[in-house]
Write a new protein. Structure first.
Length: 79
């Protein structure tokens, strides 16, 4: 890390064609004004809600695949 980077509240890692990784550090409270801290808390909540949405969507896709797999089975009566 370069000089001054230790004061940043987050860092990121990105390589084209791969995922973007964000790492949030615990902010240094003394350096963050109260109104900014409120915005950061609200942003953190929104970020977590977005993650919840992604997890819910992934679960829905898995459940849909499971339903499709069980619906393909049919019973054939042989006389």
């Amino acid at each position: 890390m370069g000089e001054g980077e230790s004061e940043r509240p987050f860092e990121y890692e990105y390589k084209p064609g791969e995922e973007l990784v964000l790492r949030f550090r615990r902010p240094i409270i003394d350096l963050i004004p109260a109104d900014v801290a409120e915005h950061l808390l609200a942003a953190r909540k929104e970020f977590l809600l977005a993650l919840r949405g992604l997890v819910d969507a992934a679960i829905s896709r898995l459940e849909e695949k499971e339903r499709a797999r069980t619906q393909r089975r049919t019973e054939i009566k042989v006389e």
